[in-house]
Write a protein that binds this ligand. Structure first.
Ligand code: NAD
Length: 380
């Protein structure tokens, strides 16, 4: 019997929805009230890795769609970052402001543990380390923890280092030299990542436009510029994408390249940390037509993921920073391939990841991956 046969006009069943995934686990614990879904998309490169989101989803279908989409994205992100992990994600159905309890997260930890190392997780939207302290009493498969818990701590440091590497690859492609001072930049958002990126650009002697809704961040970066070889000019938040800067560096929020903004862009390239910068993937074609180089965000912002994956070898910030150099190589490769084959940089990035997974898959079965000794280093 084939449960995946489709008749005309029917709503996809759960089995049809999860057909592209290896394993999807529905978790139900009546004692704590936990209702969660863990989705393991692909473990060809290694055990699934992805954060756990908590949100008041309106329905189980909405939660399932979200976790399936996000876990697939993690497979690509891991392949792009060249880490030995596959894609996974979990969602807990509930209001983070009202529905949390230690018991709920202990129950969640038990479900994670029951997967025997096929899924590693940590915080995401709606969850914090205070929640995962409870999950950690039930499982060792929690990553991205603070230093006090043996983890690697603040991920914005390697994320910013990754953005700088992405920018170097972008400048190299535009000007044939990776000297950061050669270009001007418009940095949107001076938060944990954007501020560190702006600092490093100023230290390199670059000219920056910056915007943020936080007056304090703008004051801080202006003071920093006074002590640096670079210069900074503050612009209003709604004008940051309109400047004459060579490179737009989105580090605030997603969807910043949309039907309204795309026609107004004057930059030569876009390279920043914000997740899902394109409101829709098709906008990559418009950017290509406008000859704006788009460094795919899921490659550029992979520094935090590289750090979390590196925890398996014991926390070592210096090694992590060296590994973010991989982002430079990946962005260069994507730009070259996109140019050579007249495709968008997003298509080139996805193709690069598919190829990496296929090459590894030719050698591995996903069950042998999870028992490799290195994934047990911090667990015994
Ligand atoms: P953050 O919250 O520390 O910083 C965001 C900054 O954007 C804040 O300073 C905020 O005031 C500013 N901002 C908000 N609205 C704005 C507006 N309209 N115009 C200009 N600035 C505005 O977040 P972060 O950790 O620095 O992350 C930034 C982006 O990078 C997010 O999209 C995040 O998902 C992504 N990212 C972060 C990491 C990480 O390690 N922190 C990793 C991968 C991706």
């Amino acid at each position: 019997m084939n449960l995946l046969n489709k008749s005309a006009n029917h709503q996809p069943s759960v089995l049809e929805k999860i057909a592209g995934h290896e394993q999807v686990v529905f978790c139900n614990d009546p004692v704590s009230g936990l209702q969660a879904i863990i989705a393991i998309h692909n473990t060809t490169l290694g055990p699934a890795l992805g954060g756990t989101r908590m949100a008041p989803y309106a329905s189980m279908d909405e939660a399932l769609d979200d976790v399936l989409r996000l876990s697939k994205g993690m497979t690509y992100k891991c392949a792009a970052a060249d880490v030995d992990f596959g894609g996974g994600k979990a969602v807990i159905i509930g209001d983070p402001a009202k529905d949390k309890s230690p018991e709920l997260f202990r129950a969640f930890g038990q479900f994670v543990d029951s997967l025997g190392g096929r899924f590693y997780t940590g915080t995401d939207m709606g969850t914090t380390m205070d929640d995962f302290v409870h999950a950690m009493r039930e499982t060792t498969r929690i990553v991205g923890t603070p230093e006090s818990f043996g983890g690697s701590g603040d991920s914005s440091i390697p994320t910013a280092a990754g953005v700088i590497n992405g920018l170097r690859a972008t400048i190299e492609t535009l000007y044939g030299s990776d000297d950061l001072s050669r270009a001007t930049y418009a940095v949107q958002g001076l938060g944990k990542v954007g501020y560190k990126v702006a600092e490093q650009l100023l230290d390199a002697g670059a000219r920056l436009y910056v915007s943020d809704i936080s007056e304090q961040s703008l004051k801080d970066i202006t003071l920093k510029a006074e002590r640096s070889p670079g210069t900074v000019q503050v612009v209003a938040p709604h004008e940051i994408h309109l400047t004459d800067a060579d490179i737009f560096v989105p580090c605030a929020f997603g969807g910043v390249i949309n039907d309204t903004t795309i026609g107004t862009l004057r930059c030569k390239a876009i390279c920043g940390s914000a997740n899902n910068q394109l409101q829709r993937d098709e906008l990559a074609h418009t950017l290509r037509e406008k000859e704006i180089l788009f460094a795919p965000d899921y490659i550029v912002n992979g520094g935090g993921l590289i750090q979390v994956a590196d925890e398996l070898y014991g926390a070592n910030p210096e090694r992590v920073l060296l590994k973010t150099r991989h982002i430079y190589d990946a962005v260069l490769e994507v730009f070259r391939e996109a140019h050579a084959d007249s495709i968008t940089t997003l298509e080139a990035a996805n193709r690069m990841c598919d190829k990496r997974i296929a090459n590894r898959g030719a050698r591995n079965s996903f069950f042998t991956n999870t028992i490799k000794p290195k994934w047990n280093i911090r667990n015994h």
